[in-house]
Design a protein around this ligand. Structure first.
Ligand code: NI
Length: 571
């Protein structure tokens, strides 16, 4: 009906041209019949069906919830808010407030309020005192408007849809507040039927807050209201509609534009999925998001919040630039359609004003690439040639491991884990360790086919190295039957294997430093000698605070450094 009337006034405006439409709109607003339908004591299992019916009819309602039910139906409460209904306080456990003292009243209200806030955000919630009973203590303690009713359906008593329907349609006047309970399916049935009837009679179903606003009445804390009959003032409907959103693909992500039809309304929004309030971020113009967000927005006009707009905005990342090279000539590619790549060769971070990639080019040690595509978040990559000309995207020139990794790869002690990928910060597994040790020893692994360890099957990339290390006496496994190839190697395990290996090489250990660690007691008995000897020799360093951290694990970058120093010693 509301929509029909809007159309009608638009039609009239079109017919009557420009001189009269304002007075026409006002006239139609003044003759508008308003009613607030309210539901107490819920939410319950019947409430979602009621919300479906209200939605289908474009009717708004007010729910005076009790805390015990609100806690059990948090999702329903959120849905009410999202769909533009008003939620309000009906105490936590429904006592007769006139029998309570101020602090008990306070406790009843704040316990219920907690659930209302989590669904709708911080704001003043009206109170309907249970049984409609109040006194001065209740009014003063509530610190909010008290809302009673003018049409009492007695739905809790009759539990009869026809009887409830008859009361509503017979007693409702312009400005009535109708009392129902969303605890009974008969009440839901009656309410929806009555809405159909009253809408046909020109009634608009609004929230309590909206009813008083449009009647020009400012609700005051501690005052009691039970209707807002037509005294000749009916303000125009503000569009209780949520703001709408336009999302556009732009460089660096998605541009979000929020639109509200109500002139003079202010939009507030959140991007973390929380319910927006007037304390949320104020919308001041289009903005760009560079990651996926759950956008929610409300329009606020004359202290009235609209329904909540909810929109998920998905922002993918531009594919990471890929590289191929011939010598120092680099070819860049990006899998994202429409992507543009910018690059620098002077270690500075590329921007959209850096050199645009158009064709293969001759690189310096470091090439940094920025890939952008409209509607996608930016993606960057850094490609670095080692001092020996191997190329990696995760071994930057300014790291401590740039040189040792370059050397370890060049000496063929270590390999990348994928093309151009070294994973310096990944932990070193026990299988990786013996494999590197075998390469360091230049062992002929072709004769090693299987091991006695149950967890080292024949034919894996590390089977031969484990078999070799076991046969040479460098490792005994973690037990007689297990080697634990995928486990990260601890510093003391590493020292032990290296110590046995170096002894076999007749390496002459030096005693550069004396050893007395703060965490000496944490070294396993079987590793004590190895750790001490290697530390005295200077092959392994402490970790600071005079600790040797025997149980800590080692990453691939540290392993590169260690094996390079071992190789330098034994050559
Ligand atoms: Ni009640």
């Amino acid at each position: 009906m509301k929509r029909f009337q809007k159309w009608l006034s638009v039609l009239l405006i079109m017919i009557l041209a420009t001189s009269v439409p304002i007075s026409l709109t006002q006239a139609s607003a003044a003759s508008q019949k308003l009613v607030a339908i309210t539901f107490d004591d819920g939410p319950s299992g019947y409430t979602p069906k009621l919300l479906d019916g209200l939605k289908a009819r474009g009717a708004k309602a007010t729910f005076f919830c009790v805390g015990t039910n609100a806690s059990a139906h948090a999702d329903t409460l959120k849905r009410m808010v999202n769909e533009g209904h008003q939620i309000a306080n009906h105490t936590y456990s429904h006592p007769q407030l006139t029998k309570l003292g101020a602090s008990e009243i306070q406790n009843e209200l704040s316990k219920c309020r907690k659930y209302l806030v989590s669904a709708a955000g911080e704001q003043t919630f009206c109170l309907r005192p249970p049984y409609g009973s109040y006194n001065n203590t209740v009014k003063q303690t509530a610190n909010c408007p008290l809302i009673l009713w003018s049409v009492d359906t007695l739905d809790w008593k009759s539990r009869n849809a026809d009887s409830v329907y008859n009361v509503i349609t017979r007693e409702t006047k312009d400005g009535s507040i109708i009392l129902l309970h969303d605890l009974y399916s008969t009440s839901v049935t009656a309410a929806l039927r009555a809405i159909d009837t009253l809408q046909q009679q020109g009634y608009e179903f609004v929230t309590v807050k909206e009813l008083f606003r449009r009647r020009g009445i400012t609700l005051e804390n501690g005052k009691v209201y039970s209707s807002a009959y037509n005294q000749g003032i009916t303000l125009p409907a503000e569009d209780g509609e949520a703001p709408s959103v336009a999302v556009q693909d732009v460089w660096g992500g998605k541009q979000v534009t929020l639109i509200c039809k109500t002139k003079g309304a202010q939009i507030y929004y959140t991007v973390d999925g929380s319910v927006p309030t007037e304390k949320s971020k104020k919308y001041s113009g289009a903005f760009i998001v560079d990651k996926s967000v759950s956008l929610r927005a409300i329009a606020v006009y004359q202290n009235t919040n609209s329904a909540v707009l909810t929109k998920s905005i998905t922002v993918s990342k531009t594919a990471v630039p890929q590289i191929t090279h011939q010598g120092k000539t680099l070819t860049l590619t990006c899998a994202t359609k429409g992507a543009v790549m910018y690059y620098t060769t002077d270690k500075t971070n590329p921007t959209a004003s850096s050199k645009t990639y158009t064709k293969p080019f001759v690189a310096q040690t470091t090439t940094k690439v920025l890939a952008r595509a409209k509607g996608y978040a930016d993606s960057t990559a850094c490609f670095t040639f080692t001092q020996y000309g191997d190329l990696f995207q995760d071994v930057p020139e300014d790291t401590w491991y740039y040189k040792p990794v370059g050397q370890a790869v060049h000496q063929k002690l270590m390999k990348g884990t994928a093309p151009y990928v070294f994973q310096p910060n990944d932990s070193l597994t026990r299988a990786m360790f013996v494999t590197i040790l075998a390469r360091l020893a230049d062992a002929d692994l072709s004769v090693y086919k299987s091991t006695a360890f149950q967890d080292v099957k024949a034919g894996t990339w590390y089977t031969a190295a484990v078999a070799w290390a076991n046969q040479m006496g460098y490792t005994k496994g973690v037990s007689e039957t297990e080697f634990s190839p995928d486990e990260s190697i601890t510093r003391e395990q590493m020292c032990t294997m290296l110590y046995r290996f170096l002894k076999k090489q007749n390496y002459a250990f030096s005693k550069q430093t004396t050893t007395s660690f703060a965490d000496q007691a944490q070294i396993s008995p079987w590793a004590k000698q190895a750790v001490n000897v290697l530390h005295q020799d200077g092959l392994i360093n402490g970790v600071g605070d005079n600790r040797v951290a025997p149980k800590e694990i080692s990453n691939r970058a540290s392993a590169a450094k260690l094996f390079i120093s071992v190789q330098n010693r034994i050559q």
